[in-house]
Structure formats: structure tokens, C-alpha cells
Write a protein of this length. Structure first.
Ligand code: COA
Length: 317
């Protein structure tokens, strides 16, 4: 038995925040942001939107693409670190709104590696016979987690949700998965929950950007090499890299390590920024819906985030 991607979906809020908008918020410039990150604009959720409401739309689109009835889903995973409540979880809320009942549903916190962690878990649950079809969602509202006065973080992040239905299959499918964490670097990238009774001031995302950048490049190089080894493939077998969308320079370094031309890399961060746990799912959905990624293509999905956490999937689409 194998697992296969049956369908994907995505959702981006309507409001666009451009680099020109950020020039009015903090001491920065369009040129600096594009040169250092590759980002031109990102989407910002409206006050009435939540991680669950964004995830629900992405999930509906993934179910439709997978030609799957919500009643066929055996497990709902929502990767997020910005849900509006601890419980009921965003996954349970999404399941409820889809009419999915009597199956496990839970949120998964692995920061920007969340969706890839969810993929690894969904694959394992199907391979162990505990599920046939799993709905994996990555949804985050990082714009609210960043200090609007901190130019080193507010420029990077956007809001959005991506989703996928992964199903049991007679043909491959998922060729290898890998996930890991290294707690020693936790202080370099953190997001505290506000203490009860506080108004949340001071509980914004903290990032030592330059150090995170260096660790991300090194860890991702090791991750993609290991994942190819696990799947008994080489970089020559890859059609597309579907990377976490944190910084174009990090993505380019990983592509170079894999000897891939940038035309073989799905890049969405120019229009979306870093959407944390939604990023890989949104990039994959964009690659598929634009017609660039086709059935039979070999893909490498990878992500890296706070913790540090990192995860990957080598996939025949
Ligand atoms: N506009 C203008 N100048 C800025 C700025 C901004 N938005 N943000 C920082 N700067 C300044 C700094 O203050 C610094 O000035 P100084 O030299 O006078 O001290 C200078 O630009 C260089 O800062 P530095 O942090 O070294 O820049 P960088 O090239 O590392 O780029 C990031 C900063 C954040 C874009 C980059 O480090 C990065 O992408 N890090 C990893 C992000 C990531 O992967 N995050 C999460 C993983 S999920």
C-alpha cells in the first residue's frame, strides 16, 4: 500500500499589504524588502476571519479537487500556531463545519514546518491502517503575531490557509517522509502566548533573523539530501522543489544544493510572504492549479520553522 495526494486547495484573504504600505508603517523600503527577501506583497486577514474560517475554505477546495465527500475523511489535522482558542481546536471547528463527525481531529503546532509535519503524520496513519483519507490543513495568521512597529518581522509574514486530501493508494505516491526538531535553537525564533488577563502587548514574534537564516540554509541542505536518500532518488529525479516560503535567498540556496533551475521551484512568497504552516500547501496548490505540476511529476516538499522544527516529503504526484 502507498499514499497519494488526491487534491489540494488554498485560501488567501482579500486585503493586500504591499511594500509601499509597509513603508508607511515602519522605517523600510520596497527595494530593501525585495532585495533581502523577494517579497512584494502579502495578504492580511480581516478582523472577522480566523484560522478555522480560512482553513475551512481551503479544506472545501481540497475536498472538491480530490472529488472526496467530507464523510469519507477519517482524520482531520490542522497545523497552526495562531488559532484563536486553545480548544475546541481549529481542526475540530473545521470538521464540524464540514459535517465530519466521529473521527479524530486535532491541531498540530510545529510553526512553519506544521504542514509538512501533518503530511508525515497523515502518511503514517494511512500506512498503519488507521485511516484511508486524511484532511491536512495548514492555516496561520502571522500578521497578528508580529509587532506592527518591528520592521524586522512585520515585512515577512502574511495570512492564509492551504489544504490537502492524502489518501491510500495502490500506486506511489509518497516516496519518503522525514521530520525532526532541535530544541537548542528555540530562543532564536519564538512566539509566546499572552498571559491570562493581559492585553497581549509584548507577546509578539521574536526572531534573530540573521542566525535563523544561516541555520535554515544549513538544515534544509541536510534535510533535502537525507530525504532523497530515504526515497532512493537523486536530485536528477526531481521535477519540482516545493519549498517553505520564508526568504527567496533561502529557497535559492536549497535549489542550488539540488542543482535545480529556479524554473523548477514553486515560488509564491513574492505575492504571499511567509504564511507559516500554510506556505508549502499554498505553494503546492498554486503549482498544481497553474498547470506547472502535473500527475507523475516528482516533487520535494520541505519546510523549516521555530523550534527549530523541519520536515519534508518526497512525492510522486
Ligand atoms: N528595512 C530596512 N532595513 C532593515 C529591515 C527592514 N525591514 N530589517 C532590518 N533592517 C536592517 C537591520 O537593522 C540591519 O541594519 P544595520 O546593518 O545597520 O544593523 C540591516 O538591515 C541588515 O540586517 P540583517 O538582519 O543582517 O539582514 P538580513 O540580510 O539577514 O535580512 C531577514 C533579514 C529577516 C530578511 C533575514 O535574516 C531572514 O530572512 N531570516 C530568516 C527568516 C526565516 O526564515 N524566518 C522564519 C523561518 S520560518
Amino acid at each position: 500500500m502507498f499514499t497519494k495526494i488526491l487534491g489540494t486547495g488554498g485560501y488567501l484573504p482579500q486585503q493586500v499589504r504591499t511594500n509601499a504600505d509597509l513603508e508607511r508603517m515602519v522605517d523600510t523600503s520596497d527595494e530593501w524588502i525585495i532585495e533581502r527577501t523577494g517579497i512584494s506583497e502579502r495578504r492580511i486577514a480581516s478582523p472577522d476571519e480566523t484560522v478555522a474560517s480560512m482553513g475551512l475554505i481551503a479544506a472545501k477546495r481540497a475536498l472538491e479537487a480530490a472529488d472526496t465527500d467530507p464523510g469519507e475523511i477519517d482524520l482531520v489535522i490542522c497545523a497552526t500556531t495562531t488559532g484563536d482558542k486553545a480548544f475546541p481546536s481549529s481542526a475540530v471547528e473545521i470538521a464540524g463545519n464540514l459535517g465530519i463527525n466521529g473521527v479524530p481531529a486535532f491541531d498540530l503546532a510545529a510553526a512553519c514546518a506544521g504542514f509538512s509535519y501533518g503530511y508525515c503524520l497523515a502518511h503514517s496513519m494511512i500506512m498503519s491502517g488507521q485511516a484511508r483519507k486524511v484532511l491536512i490543513i495548514g492555516s496561520d495568521m502571522m500578521s497578528r503575531a508580529c509587532d506592527p512597529k518591528d520592521r524586522t518581522t512585520i515585512i515577512l509574514f502574511g495570512d492564509g490557509a492551504g489544504a490537502m486530501v492524502l489518501g491510500a493508494s495502490d500506486e506511489p505516491g509518497t516516496l519518503a517522509v522525514h521530520m525532526s526538531a532541535d530544541p537548542q535553537f528555540g530562543p532564536l525564533l519564538s512566539l509566546k502566548n499572552p498571559p491570562r488577563g493581559s492585553n497581549g502587548d509584548g507577546c509578539y514574534l521574536y526572531m534573530k533573523g540573521n542566525d535563523v537564516f544561516k541555520h535554515a540554509v544549513v538544515s534544509l541542505a541536510k534535510l533535502v539530501t537525507k530525504t532523497l536518500e530515504l526515497g532512493n532518488l537523486t536530485d536528477k529525479d526531481l521535477d519540482f522543489l516545493v519549498p517553505h516560503q520564508a526568504n527567496l535567498r533561502i529557497i535559492a540556496a536549497t535549489a542550488k544544493k539540488l542543482h535545480l533551475d529556479m524554473s523548477q521551484v514553486i515560488v509564491t512568497l513574492d505575492k504571499q510572504g511567509n504564511t507559516s504552516s500554510a506556505s508549502v500547501a499554498l505553494a503546492l496548490d498554486e503549482g498544481i492549479r497553474s498547470g506547472r505540476i502535473k500527475r507523475g511529476n516528482t516533487l520535494l516538499l520541505e519546510s523549516f520553522g521555530g523550534g527549530f522544527t523541519w520536515a519534508s516529503a518526497l512525492v510522486r504526484y
